[in-house]
Every structure is written in structure tokens, then in C-alpha cells.
Design a protein around this ligand. Structure first.
Ligand code: SF4
Length: 198
């Protein structure tokens, strides 16, 4: 849900308009894991949210690493499929980047890529895309490590899933939401082309 969708949902539930901005901040700017942590919302509203909505639509199965400065997160989707995202620590630059997936599988069939070898299965929805970033940031903040960049270089070709990638991008770069600078989000294709140059 973006802010407009939260406004509509809470308005239909008889809540004042400012509650939507509070909820939006808890979900995207602060990335809390539980409704009970949303301490400026009334208890009755937190209970209503817990009964009628979900905070996350992807389940973190495990995190592996660090391995050469990278940590991989494996997520299970609601339909039982799996995706990965990767946190990469560049010691030289002193910054941490997150590589997220945009599809389950991929139709591009790049010869060097295991995801491409497995073929395309389905597009990820905006919540499944932004959910990877929220979970990664939660873990990084717990380790006192800021998230510097997001790149769409995980599973899938984001240009093949623009209908879902673009809403996720709006959530990522919203200053009142996830708050990432738009200059710090990079599409996969440009990076692939850059990498493939001699
Ligand atoms: S576009 Fe990316 S995910 Fe898809 S096959 Fe090529 S390298 Fe793999």
C-alpha cells in the first residue's frame, strides 16, 4: 500500500486522515516488524490492523554469510516460491548496497546466470519488491550500518516488470517513506551493460 491506499483503508475504517501518515511512517520510514511497536497509534487501531492487514508479504527464511563481504537473504513468497536478495559491503568505498530481485526466475537467459537457466516463473508484486528492502534495512540498522544503495540486480529483469517495479521505486525514494535518494537506485540492465563492456 502507498499512502493514498492507506488513507482510503483507514478512512473506510472510520479513522482520521492523519493516522494514515503515522502508519505510513511506521511501515516505510521506520520499518517496524510488529503493529504493537507503532506506539503513537491507539491500541484498538493496532489490534484492528493486526486482524485485517499484514505487515509483510514475504517471509525471511534465512540469512547466509558474510562471505566476501556479502550476505544473502532467502525469502519465501506467499505461493511457496523463493527469491534472494544480497547485501554487499564495499570496504574500499565504506558503503553498503542492497541487490534486490524483481521477478521469480528470468526470461533473459544470460548464459552466465543460474536464474536465467531456470527460466521465467512470475513477476514480483510491489510489496514483494519493497519487502526485501525493508527487511535488509532492518537488519543493517540493527548492526548500526546505513543502507547506501539499492540495485535491481537480483533475480529477474526489472524492465520486464515495470508495472510493479515503478510503484516499488516510488515507495523506495519517497522522502516521507523509505527515504532513499533517487540517485542511489540503479536498474539492472544498465549495470549489466556496464559490466559486459570490455
Ligand atoms: S537479466 Fe539478470 S537475472 Fe536475468 S538471466 Fe540475465 S543476469 Fe540473470
Amino acid at each position: 500500500m502507498n499512502l493514498d491506499a492507506m488513507r482510503a483503508m483507514l478512512s473506510a475504517a472510520g479513522q482520521p486522515a492523519y493516522r494514515a501518515a503515522q502508519l505510513y511512517e511506521w511501515v516505510f520510514a521506520r520499518g517496524v516488524a510488529n503493529f504493537s511497536d507503532m506506539t503513537n497509534l491507539p491500541k484498538t487501531l493496532r489490534e484492528w490492523l493486526a486482524e485485517n492487514t499484514r505487515l509483510a508479504t514475504i517471509d525471511l527464511v534465512r540469512v547466509t554469510g558474510p562471505d566476501d563481504g556479502t550476505r544473502k537473504a532467502l525469502f519465501r513468497l506467499a505461493d511457496g516460491k523463493f527469491i534472494e536478495s544480497v547485501v554487499m559491503r564495499d570496504e574500499g568505498e565504506g558503503r553498503t548496497s542492497l541487490c534486490i530481485s524483481s521477478q521469480v526466475g528470468c526470461a533473459m537467459a544470460c548464459t552466465f546466470c543460474l536464474t536465467g537457466f531456470g527460466g521465467y516463473q512470475r513477476n514480483l508484486t510491489p510489496d514483494e519488491i519493497i519487502g526485501q528492502a525493508i527487511e535488509a534495512r532492518r537488519q543493517l540498522l540493527a548492526a548500526d550500518e546505513p543502507l547506501a544503495h539499492v540495485v535491481f540486480m537480483g533475480m529477474g529483469e526489472p524492465m520486464h516488470n515495470l508495472d510493479n517495479v515503478i510503484p516499488a521505486l516510488h515507495l523506495l525514494i519517497d522522502a516521507k517513506g523509505f527515504g532513499l535518494s533517487r540517485r542511489r537506485v540503479t536498474g539492472a540492465r544498465a549495470l549489466h551493460q556496464h559490466r559486459d563492456r570490455p
